[in-house]
Design a binder for this molecule. Structure first.
Ligand code: ADP
Ligand code: 5GP
Length: 198
């Protein structure tokens, strides 16, 4: 496992998915999103094998026992999320760079696992108030879930120093430009040329 990987983590609502999707759109032929396994139920239009591999808690626990995960976390009570070794292999076999969107503990663990082959970026909203506002405007979570996410964010902020970079997502255009630069520098002109990594 010596190919390059990009790891993005953030408290929920900071803009991680927005930034990850932006980066992915710049490297359509050479980068691929790591689809995690989760024991939570699909939301809205989510499909098995597209947003997540949706598993029962029993199936998830069985895969833990069989040592099938690079990392996993119980991100919310009773809801497991994890990166399958088979998913990394799938993406690398296609010759693509892997981009991860995981919680902050997962991000720290992936950086430890991949070492210098990983660029780890912690995305941060400018303040807790802005974070709450974004979650409300996103309209995907109940008021209780929003408060759960905001409470958790304060604890998650403590992991920021363990990342290679902390990116404050205030003005979106600026955050896009900063993340583009970080990725470009890390991949060292590897844009649209994945032969560099295999
Ligand atoms: P996360 O993946 O970290 O939970 P999202 O990418 O879903 O966060 O962003 C949360 C909400 O905030 C979304 O509705 C998104 O469109 C919005 N958003 C993201 N970045 C910004 C920004 N810089 N300014 C304003 N709104 C933003
Ligand atoms: P959601 O339920 O909103 O899709 O995701 C909740 C949280 O789980 C997000 O912070 C997301 O980044 C995180 N997550 C998704 N996949 C993984 C994974 O494979 N490992 C870890 N540790 N966290 C994950």
């Amino acid at each position: 496992m010596d190919n390059k990987v990009l790891v993005f983590s953030a408290p929920s609502g900071s803009g991680k998915s927005t930034i990850v999707n932006h980066i992915l759109s710049l490297y359509p032929d050479s980068m691929e999103f790591s689809i995690s396994a989760t024991s939570r139920a699909p939301r809205g239009e989510e499909q098995h094998g597209r947003e997540y591999y949706f598993l029962s808690t029993e199936e998830f626990r069985q895969l833990i026992k069989e040592d099938k995960f690079v990392e996993f976390e119980e991100v919310y009570e009773g809801r497991f999320y994890g990166t399958l070794k088979s998913e990394c292999e799938r993406i690398w076999n296609a010759g693509h760079v892997i981009i991860f969107d995981v919680d902050v503990k997962g991000g720290v663990n992936l950086k430890k696992y991949f070492g210098d082959a990983a660029l780890s970026v912690f995305i941060k909203a400018p303040s807790v108030e802005v974070l709450r506002e974004r979650l409300i405007n996103r309209g995907t979570d109940s008021p209780e879930a929003i408060e759960e996410r905001v409470a958790k964010a304060e604890e998650e902020m403590e992991y920021a120093p363990q990342f290679d970079y902390v990116l404050v997502n205030d003005d979106l255009k600026t955050a896009f430009a900063e993340s583009e630069k970080l990725v470009e520098d890390f991949l060292d002109d590897g844009r649209l040329n994945y032969s560099t990594f295999i």
